[in-house]
Design a binder for this molecule. Structure first.
Ligand code: ADP
Length: 470
């Protein structure tokens, strides 16, 4: 896998670089070369023309030359030919070549061949019908101002000279290209190493992520995308770790909560079957068995609830109902348990006019039941439980307050977790499953409302949830 990734990333970059290199090389060696040649030849054209015009205006057109006297210009022509790196010829109207910087004594008549190039001014790749040894760029200009001698001045520059200049520029371009290719190649290698290390760390880290393992953090300290990705993965790893911990606790709790009532049921039934418990005492133990089966039933139905809530959306049967009536009904249901501890209720406002809210009335009753049931469970004898409703804006706040044992600070964040019970409550409330508040919270959140608690150990607790007012 390690090797696979290295070759893949490396190969991809290498292939990309190679393609880039070949394509650029192709363009430079074809179009680039052609372009340079075109530029050089048109530059040569311009400079030869300019030189020809200068020669015409400074020497030839200044004086009246005859066919013979113009031969005296040979020295000037030779000098000009050297500066312009070309051959300069003067051809008379009758076609006679009178001066040629490249030949001491020319005896050639242009009309023996094709003379049309003289009128064209610019002719490329031309040998003047074999007069020149090498194909050349020929520039011809008429000598118009001379009264006695009409003819043309011809500047011819060898193709090989032009090509050499083009090659010179092309070589510079190629040199630059190879230099650039080297720099880009180094940049690619840099990119490869810069990416490979963090990528490998991320890949190895992510590969090890699993619910079954501890997920150690991936350490990438750079403040770039890799650093961010590593942080995101670390958060994910933490979540997985927490989830694993949660899952472990969840199973441990379920097993524990099922096992203890089953053990006691099993023990008492066994004792009765063995005749260890005399019939007159059996009623007491049957009551314990009944209590334990109640607990198992409650646990099972809570688990089913939790399971249903897990399936993402809780199906809510939203309707309008009177929250005061729901509170009163719940108190009535719990009256029996409350009476046993001589606990009373104080509901405010005292005048309970209907207060209509919208929500799933059965589920909200379940929340009320859980909260009031807890308040009773965790209050001392003769206590009072305060239930209050108040409205603010379009919300109704329902509060259930007791003066019971309270919740230790360190437990406050956990009481909403499934199966969570504080240590003090474990002793006091054997029937509790630790699921009531988590179910209540899910119900309230499904209504897109909030539920909160304020509690002080030894002083009491107040649970407040909201509902949309109608
Ligand atoms: P249970 O069914 O065990 O009551 P809950 O989810 O309703 O489960 O409550 C979780 C834990 O929160 C309880 O075991 C208890 O420790 C704490 N708790 C809930 N309500 C109160 C309260 N009114 N006073 C003190 N502790 C409370």
């Amino acid at each position: 896998m390690k090797k696979y990734m290295r070759t893949t990333l490396g190969r991809k970059l290498a292939a990309f670089y190679l393609i880039l290199f070949v394509v650029s090389f192709y363009f430079i060696s074809t179009f680039g070369q052609r372009y340079i040649y075109e530029q050089v030849i048109s530059e040569a054209q311009d400079s030869l023309r300019a030189a020809a015009i200068t020669l015409l205006s400074t020497h030839i057109n200044q004086q009246s030359y005859t066919k013979d006297s113009i031969r005296n210009l040979k020295t000037q022509l030779e000098m000009a030919s050297e500066t312009s790196q070309c051959r300069i010829m003067i051809i008379c109207d009758d076609g006679d070549m009178v001066v040629d910087s490249g030949k001491p004594d020319p005896t050639y008549n242009i009309y023996l061949g094709d003379s049309s190039f003289l009128q064209k001014q610019v002719t490329r790749n031309y040998t003047m019908n074999g007069y020149l040894r090498e194909p050349s760029l020929c520039i011809s200009l008429p000598m118009e101002r001379n009264p006695y001698l009409n003819g043309y001045i011809v500047f011819a520059q060898r193709n090989s000279y032009i090509q050499a200049r083009a090659d010179y520029y092309y070589n510079i371009l190629s040199g630059l290209f190879y230099l650039m290719a080297g720099i880009v190649g180094l940049a690619f290698i840099g990119i490869y190493f810069m990416n490979f290390r963090p990528l490998r760390k991320l890949r190895n880290g992510a590969k090890d992520f699993s619910i079954a393992h501890e997920n150690p953090p991936i350490i990438i300290k750079t403040k770039d995308e890799y650093g961010e990705l590593a942080q995101t993965l670390n958060v994910l790893g933490d979540e997985l770790n927490k989830f694993e911990e949660y899952q472990r606790k969840f199973i441990a709790n379920i097993s524990h909560d099922f096992r203890s009532p089953l053990t006691s049921i099993h023990g008492y039934v066994q004792a009765m079957a063995d005749g260890i418990i005399p019939p007159e005492n059996q009623q007491k133990y049957l009551n314990i068995i009944l209590f334990e089966t109640d607990r198992l039933t409650k646990l099972t139905s809570s688990l089913l609830d939790v399971n249903n809530f897990d399936k993402d959306n809780i199906f809510l049967d939203i309707s309008k109902f009177d929250i005061h009536e729901a509170i009163q009904n719940t108190i009535d249901t719990l009256e029996g348990i409350a009476e046993k501890k001589n606990i009373s209720f104080e509901v405010t406002p005292a005048q309970l006019n209907p207060l209509i809210v919208s929500g799933d009335s059965d589920k909200i009753r379940q929340v009320l039941y859980n909260l009031i049931d807890n308040a009773i469970k965790f209050s001392d004898r003769d206590a009072t439980i305060f239930i209050n409703t108040r409205t603010r804006g379009d919300k109704v706040f329902v509060s259930v307050k007791d003066t019971g044992i309270g919740i230790p600070k360190e437990d406050l964040n956990h009481i909403w977790d499934r199966f969570y019970k504080t240590d003090i409550s474990r002793g006091k409330d054997k029937l509790g499953t630790g699921l009531g508040l988590s179910i209540s919270k899910e119900i309230i959140l499904a209504h897109k409302q909030t539920i909160d608690v304020v509690s002080t150990e030894g002083v009491g607790s107040e649970f407040v949830f909201t509902l949309p007012r109608e």
